[in-house]
Design a protein around this ligand. Structure first.
Ligand code: MN
Length: 384
């Protein structure tokens, strides 16, 4: 039986992970849960899954929860780390959103927890340090990202030195067929309306800007120790092939499946086993056609910035992420336009003096400063 703590249990990935846990009560036990501030849903989860302890990021909400629940309630970043390192758990599911996930992930690894990682911003911000700790502490790092789950499965039993290329597929996001003129006018509401994948709001905007795909390129670089020149992105609007691996003999292995996050979530939790699924089976004749095209780096420059940041390395990916995080929430709050997101990211990257081989504290310091500066630029309406 696996003993799980879920960071971000009230979000999109967290709630789906709990549905799988509920489906397999003999395979999983919940040890800890955390939320940002959704204490109503957390209360239901506590009653249903009986964790040892929970944490609420928001201090006031944590106090409110303490009043009417008979379980240990921790608060703030310290509280999240407490849940990430609870003795009783062997696996930590990190479904936090943003670079707030960096510290809990590293602390969990240092405490020998296996990680099921949905929080890709953690690898973008501090990938080299996180993967170093994974090796040092000999823990498993399983991706909860459909593309990286696909790559992991394509690499099963293969020698990574035989790989000539990793091809990450991309739905194209909510704005895939729009012109530059149309992109100037899109709103957050437009992006959130009809996603191919059912996801949280931040990642839906990241997907629309292709920043999510850029993050996934960096994520693949760290997870599979793959140089950037061997990682490619291809637009595949049907989202049936989740990624491909090409080997030096030109054989290509791909992983197929319906676009449902529950498949990669369940695999990350069940690994190395596979469990049954009650989801709809893939019906290829119903899919009819699968199409592929090259991404447009000019219309969606965030993808290019992510490659630039990844290749430059050091603290630059942390800058990419921090500026983007602030810009995306500003766009969600209707404070900036969609095309301001890449502009802000580009501006912050251009102004940054890269620190090579940064320590964790240097990375977290850059993260904080870039977020503050990006916020200042938005709030004071300084020419972006
Ligand atoms: Mn993905």
């Amino acid at each position: 039986m696996k003993k799980l703590s879920i960071l971000g249990s009230t979000g999109s990935i967290g709630t789906q992970a709990l549905e799988i846990v509920k489906q397999y009560p003999d395979e999983f036990k919940i040890i800890g849960l955390t939320t940002n501030k959704n204490i109503e849903l957390l209360k239901n989860q506590i009653n249903q899954f009986k964790p040892q302890a929970v944490a609420v990021m928001d201090n006031e909400k944590a106090d409110l929860l303490k009043r009417d629940i008979d379980v240990n309630v921790y608060s703030g970043m310290e509280g999240i780390i407490k849940i990430a390192t609870l003795d009783g758990a062997d696996t930590v599911v990190n479904s936090l959103v943003g670079s707030v996930g960096v510290k809990p992930t590293i602390e969990a690894i240092k405490n020998k927890k296996n990680i099921a990682l949905a929080n890709k911003e953690t690898l973008v911000t501090a990938g080299s340090i996180v993967m170093e700790e994974v090796k040092k502490n000999n823990v498993n790092m399983m991706p909860i990202d459909s593309e990286h789950s696909a790559i992991f499965q394509c690499l099963n039993g293969e020698n990574v030195y035989d790989v000539s290329r990793i091809i990450i597929t991309c739905s194209g996001g909510a704005f895939k067929n729009l012109t530059k003129q149309q992109l100037e006018k899109v709103t957050a509401e437009d992006a959130l309306k009809h996603p191919t994948w059912n996801m949280g709001s931040k990642i839906t905007i990241d997907s629309a800007a292709l920043m999510n795909k850029g993050f996934e390129v960096i994520e693949a670089h760290y997870l599979y120790d793959m140089p950037y020149e061997k990682i490619e992105v291809v637009i595949h609007p049907q989202s049936i092939i989740h990624s491909l691996v090409e080997f030096k003999d030109n054989s290509v292995i791909a992983q197929f499946g319906n676009p449902d996050m529950k498949i990669p979530i369940q695999y990350a939790l069940s690994y190395p086993k596979r469990f049954d699924s009650n989801l709809k089976k893939l019906d290829l004749p119903e899919v009819k056609n699968l199409s592929f095209s090259k991404p447009d780096f000019e219309l969606f420059p965030c993808l290019k910035y992510a490659y630039d940041a990844g290749i430059a390395g050091g603290t630059l990916p942390a800058v990419l992420n921090a500026a983007n995080e602030i810009a995306v929430y500003a766009f969600l709050g209707n404070k900036i336009k969609f095309l301001d997101i890449p502009k802000l990211v580009n501006k912050m990257m251009a102004e940054h003096k890269i620190i090579k081989n940064p320590t964790l504290n240097q990375i977290l310091d850059v993260d904080e400063k870039v977020k503050k500066e990006t916020k200042r630029i938005i709030e004071n309406n300084i020419g972006i």
